[in-house]
Every structure is written in C-alpha cells, then in structure tokens.
Design a protein around this ligand. Sequence first.
Ligand code: C2O
Ligand code: CU
Ligand code: CU
Length: 850
Amino acid sequence: MLSAVKDNTLYQTYSGSTTNSNGKGEHIFAGRTDDGYLRRAFIAFDLSAIPAGSTITGVSLTLFMSRSRASAVNVSLHRATASWGEGTSNAAQEEGRGALATPGDATWLHRFYPTSLWANVGGDFRSTTSAVASVSREGPYVWSGAGLVSDVQMWLNDPATNFGWLLCGDEMQDKSATRFDSREVTTVNNRPVLRVGYVPPQPIGACCLPDDSCALLTSNQCAQAGGTFQGVGTTCTPNPCQPPVGACCLTNGVCEELTQIECTARGGAYHGDGSTCAPDLCPVVLTPFVDPLPVPAPLAPVSGSIGGAATYEVPMRQVQQKLHRDLPLTTVWAYGTAFPGPVIEATVDQPVTVKWINDLRDSSGALRTNHYLPVDTCLHGPDMEGSKPRVVVHLHGGKVRQQDDGYPEETFLPGQSRTNFYANSQPAAAIWFHDHALGITRLNVYMGLAGLYILRDAAENALGLPSGANEIPLVIQDRKFRADGSLVYPALWDEHFFGDTIIVNGKAWPYLVVKKGKYRFRVVSGSTSRTYRLALSSGATFHQIGTDGGMLPAPVPLNQITLMPGERADVIVDFASYPMGAEIFLTNSAPAPFPGEVGTGVVPNVMKFIVTNVVGHTATLPATLRPLEQLQESNAVTHREFILRKSADACTGAKWLINDLHWDDISEFPVLGTTEVWSFINRSGVAHPMHLHLVLMQVLDRQPFVISNDLVVPTGPRVPRTADEAGWKDTVRANPSEITRVITRFDGYAGRYPYHCHIIEHEDHEMMRQFEVVLPPRFTDIKRIGTDILLSFQPSANRRHFLQRRNDFAAGAWTTFATNILGGTSNLTTLDPAGATQLRRFYRIGLSAE
Ligand code: C2O
Ligand code: CU
Ligand code: CU
C-alpha cells in the first residue's frame, strides 16, 4: 500500500492563461466545470519500496470521491510524460477555483510555476488510457488493470520515467467535474492509495556473456543467454568477465599477451586465445624491395681458369651478413665469404677439383665444436654424433664418383677438409652444391651452405642467349628472423619449416634494375621445405629453356612455374615491352605445405624488377635449343615402386619413409649402364620432390590413384609430362595420390648413392635411402680342363646370377644350368659343348631377377 507523494490540479479559466493550482489543497479535480472549464489532476507515487527487478503482477489505485454527481461519468488515468510539481498553493472553500500558484506548482500552463512550461498546454501525458472507472456517488473508487501494471512496471524498471498519472474526467460534457480527496485530506482513510502486487526479483548477480560483456541477471537468465553466472550478489564493476588473452605479435616483432581486441587495436597479429609468447613466435616484419639483388661472383680458382679445368679451395666460414637494410647483421655459414656461396663456373669435360675446408669458427675465433643451431639428437646422425658441426659437400646434379658425391656419413669437422673431383662429363646445366651431413642437412643448408655450379658447353654458348650481366642466378630461399637479426629455426625436428621472409641471393625481397631486353635467370629453389610457384605480376609470359639437368629441346612459354626444393629452372624473361620505370614483381603463390590449400602459408612476394630505358639483350630466342635423347621405356630392365608415406617415430612422433625402409636398408642394386623405371607412389597429403644422386631422370607420366583395402588403385590414365618437364631432371615432384613414373639410366659410376625427398626436413628424418649401382657380372676366364669347363667370373655385388650355355652356336637357344649364384669367382661344370673351339661364345652370365 503506497501513498501518493504528490498531487495537484490544473485549472483552466476564462483567460486561458491562468496560473491557478492547489498543491496543498485537500482535493483534486477532473472534468468540465459547470461553467465549461477543464480541470485535470496529476498524482504520483514513490515506488522505491518495491525491489528493483521485481515483476509487477497487479496494480490498483483507490481514490475517494468526495462530492457526488447525479449521473455516472468516466474518469480515466493516463501516464504522465513529463515531470510536474506540487507547491504550497492551497485553495479556499470547496477548492473548485484553485488558488494562485506558488513556485514549483503545476498549473494549466506550467509543469513548475513559474519557470517550466508544459510542452502541451493542459499537461503532458500519453493519449492512451491506462485505466478507467465510472464514478457517481461519493465514496471510494478503484482503477486497475493491465494498463496500470505496465505503467508501474515501466516506472520500476526506469524510475526516471515515473511522473505519475493524469486523472482525466469527461471533458466532452459540461458539469462533469469530479472531486476526489488528495493526499492532504484530513480524513486519512480517504487519501489516495496505490496497491501494487509484485514478485520480487530472482537473486541476481554478474553474468559473463559470450561476448565477454557483463550483465546483472539471475542465474537462469544468464544460463539462457549462454553466459557464465558469477554468483548471487556479484557485480559488473569491476568487470569480472575477463576476455581471453593470447599472444599478440606487434609490428616491431615484440610479443605481448593481449586480448584480441587490444591486439587488433595496436595493429598486431593475434595468435589465438590462450596462446603464449613462446620464443621466436613473433616475426620481424621487413619492408620489401629496399635492397638491390646481390649477384654472386664466379669463384677464382687457385690454379687453372674460371670456367675451365681448375682447382679451387672453398672454406666454410661463419660470417656476419647483412640480409636486409633494416636488419642487424645475421650470423650465417658461407662457402667463402657470403651466402649463398660463390658461383663455380665450369665447362663440360673440363674437370674441376675443389678442396672443401671446414673452417667454421665461433665468435672468439676458435674452431667450432658444436652447431650454431640447436640439433635434434633424435635423428639418425646426431643420435651418434650429437651437435657437432659436421659438414659434407654434395654437388647436386653432378655425375661424380661415390667418393666425390658427398656421402652423408663421410662428414668432416672444423679443421678438416675434403677434396673432391668433378669430371663435368654431363650435359651443360646449372647444378648446385650444398651440405649433406646426415641428420643435420637442413640446419647446414638453412645456415647458408649452398652455392651454384654452372656448367656450360660450346653448343650452348653458340645459342646467343643472354649472358654476362644479362645472365643472373636467383637462389631463392626462405628464412625467419629475430629482431636482433639472428636466424630462427626450431630446436626440435618438425616435418617442415617455412620462413616468413624470402631471400634471393642472400637478400630479403631484393630489387633488380633491368634493361629493356631479355635476361636469363638461373633459378634455384633452395628452401628446406617451401615450394615456389613463380609468376610475373604483369602476367607476362616468360620462357623456360632448361630444367635441372640442362637445356630443354625448345623454349617453353609459361605464365608460372612451380619449383619444389632442389629443383632448378633456366628461364628467359623479356623486359623490352615495359615502359621505363615499370615495376614488375616476381610473385609466389605456392601454399605451404604444398600443394595444401590455395592461399594458405603463401609468402606472396619474391623480388622486384625495375625497368630502365637502357636497351639490353634484344636478340630473339632460338626456336630450338638442343636435341634431347629420349629414354625409352622399352629399354627398361627393371621397374621399381617406392611408397612415400609418413610413419610413427618414438623419439620425434613422426618421420617420413620410402617403402617403409631406412637409410641403411639398401635394396636397389641397379646394374651400371642399364635403364630402369621408378614409380613414386605418394601415399601422403603433401608433394615430395624426389631426388636421385648420380643420374638424370626423365619424367614419364603421372597417374592418380586411391587407396582401397590398402591397395593402390589407379583412378585415371597416365598423364604424360608437360613440355616444361621434357628435359633432364634430378629432382621430380611426386604429387599426393599420384604415381609419378620416371625413367633413368644408371650410367657413370658404380657405388652407393643417396636418393631422397629434397624437403630437407624429410630427408633428415629418414626419407633418404641409398641405391647401389653394381657392375654387370662378367667372365674373367673360361677354359677347358680335360672334359670339364672352368668358368671364372666377376660377380655383380649383392646380386644373384644365372649361367647359361648353348650346345649348338648356330641353333641359338640358351639353356640355363645354374641359378641364384651369389658370389665366388669360379664355377666348374662338365658341360662341354661338343667340338666347340670358341668357348666364350657358348656361355653367358646374367643377373637373376631380384
Ligand atoms: Cu640436393 Cu641429396 O641433394
Ligand atoms: Cu643431389
Ligand atoms: Cu618429402
């Protein structure tokens, strides 16, 4: 039961400008007076006794009518929409005419006399009726219903809107004025009374909503809103709803743990809720295209001539190198003085000898005893050798003897050296040298141990291709840096590493000023894991003239070229048609890992070309380059299959395998001089660049497959290789869910050579095996001893042999008389071809099938 806190009457009179009121009077009036003027009453109640958050269930207003009317009239309640006052005016007698308003009184014109006016003369209120009652005789009358409930609920929810009600009589009808007792009436029982029924609020507390905002709700409401209730009586100040924080990489390479909103506001990159500022999380963001492209110079020999037969000495050194304008010096390992190493220029059939010297020293000048980067000793190699800074140099793409190939186990330490002989008896090509130490190749190459080896011949030199300043190596790699310039590489083996910065010839995102003309770029894809799909931002066509192992038969026009780690491309780019000042970007669109998802892991820029108005090499490109010997599948004596897939590893979690076998499991013994077809069956989700040492391959075709009941089931035809792959390859992309067939002839040298995936992280953790090229077996002696024939032969290592003879040379049919002979140098038979004089023509030896 609430009593009114204020009430008053607005009196309309003849002048229309009356200021009569009746603040302290004992009555209030509503309706039209006998002489035709309106009376309106306002009444308000204080609801503060009702707990905030309550639900109003019922409202009734009781007014006592203190002067009766002959006939019934309707008196209605309207919600007031502006505040009004009650002063001290107090009308005399029956109060029907009011009294002069005092300050603060509401009048027909004023909300508060004399300063504030109603917006509408006669009071501001909602036209909608909240409740109505019919009154006639003296006595109490009650207004109630949904309209009042909603008014009171509104006032409770927002007390600032509680201006009370207007009491409105029948204003259409003369002599309808009604009189009710006010809150000041002497008879207390006749004073206005408001009864409010309500359900008090459920216990409320702070609720953390899904968007991390805070609201005061009941626990049920909170649950319905998907929030977390913080407990009855908890409040939102201070805000208990802590938004999650995560690592945020700011643009200067600094990491802070911030909320996502804070991180974005500061221009940072958010690494996800709950992520932490782990070391090396935040990359240094370098401005691209501020450094000119370095062009590695040809190495000067210690004897002989550049490009001819020569002897070189190449020390491996730890040096400080400036890799970007804004980056402090970076510690790298160089062949010579800078990474990538110098270019060794050589000519076909003019041999080169290189003394490779491990001269890696720490900053004090002492020979290093451990690696610069952390070494994962789970891997084969470091499991025995620990973190020693072992090196061994492999000439990738070179046809060399086993002892010169850079056998991964024949590593040497600081203070030691190895001298290798390179015969250069192979097609002219841009090949490259890089480190190959077992289990740490990725670390050594990442540190910088790689360089280019360009082999030329007279036929190529006669083609008139861009040369000299118009022929430029582009060794493309990726790196990641700390703000102090040092290289970031994970301490524990991971199946791939992707740097966020592209380095070309040892500079991050360099630029090259080019003449209007053709350039020959010898592109080396030299990252440990990252594949590049290169294109010109102008969309222009360029020409590929060579692959890993030398010239293509003819230039191949392309708009983009995909190079996996280890692959090379010899390309001609023509800048003649661009205006002076044009800027053309060499872009990359290859996802990482590859082939991955379009756009994922891509570092889009490689370098920039700026075109000058100087005219460069404008001679036309020859239509044909050189004839290519096409290896014939019909000549293949052996077909082998290699399953590429990941496996579990107790130490690192995972490792990559070829046919589920390891480095020491040698099972391929190709015979020197024979041709084989190798099929790489990629049962994994990523592409693997498969590389064979010693030999050059030709891609035959690729065929899609699915796995059904653990069997490889081809799902389409073999798709022949495209023109850009129609040359000699030493590294071949084996796409996921495809059988990639290559053909190769194992000529050159007998011996053990690695073959492996050139994603060096894979290579280092078991995706590298060996084949052993064996000499064909041959008879060393055949002689007659009495009636016996003594056959002496040199077996082919690790192979089983069969022996055959024919009785009649002219008849020609061979009869096998011994099989599966492993070794030994002699075999005695009693099989004397009757009357034969030229014994060797009656016997032959071969290799049993493996
Ligand atoms: Cu380029 Cu065995 O490697
Ligand atoms: Cu190689
Ligand atoms: Cu691989």
